[in-house]
Design a protein around this ligand. Structure first.
Ligand code: RP5
Length: 157
């Protein structure tokens, strides 16, 4: 089975992107985690994206600020790209969010929430995509949702 790729523009993004990795671990889904910067390592980006369809079924891409990594990767592959806007110092991630979400028509990036929630949901959405062709993953995701539902108390403490 093809893996998931978790890519990020910088080491500093790992504080957020580790939550995508933890979530994939919970489901025993194999992934690679890679630092690929669109502006600092453009050749690495090109190499990765051009070969990505051989190895990966979904790419989760975290980036902050002028966050062009997810869009650039999406321009070079038809593997689905899920973008996670990293919470930046300047605008708390609004800059990252708008950079990733505002892809002009033709090359989509599925954009998740800013920060930890986005990283976790990018992993869950990847799992949901995989579950369409894998009954075991579908079952695990259904159990995850049921457990989550049961964990919600009817009244606050
Ligand atoms: C982006 O610039 C990265 O995705 C990161 O969120 C941001 C800041 O990077 P560092 O200066 O911390 O390496 O490319």
């Amino acid at each position: 089975m093809k893996k998931i790729a978790i890519i990020m523009g910088s080491q500093s993004d790992w504080d957020t992107m580790q939550f995508a990795a933890h979530t994939l671990n919970e489901f025993n889904i194999e992934y690679d985690k890679l630092i690929i910067s669109a502006h600092r390592t453009p050749d690495r980006l090109y190499e990765f994206a051009k070969n990505s369809s051989k190895k990966y079924s979904v790419i989760i891409a975290g980036a902050g600020g002028s966050a062009h990594l997810p869009g650039m990767v999406a321009s070079l592959t038809i593997v689905p790209v899920l973008g996670v806007p990293i919470e930046s110092n300047f605008l708390n991630g609004i800059d990252s969010l708008l950079s990733i979400i505002q892809m002009p028509k033709g090359v989509p990036v599925g954009t998740l929430a800013v920060g930890k929630s986005g990283a976790i949901n990018a992993a869950l959405l990847s799992i949901s995509i995989l579950s369409q062709n894998d009954k075991e993953i579908a079952h695990a995701l259904t159990l995850y949702r049921e457990k989550q539902t049961k964990s919600v108390k009817t009244s606050p403490k």
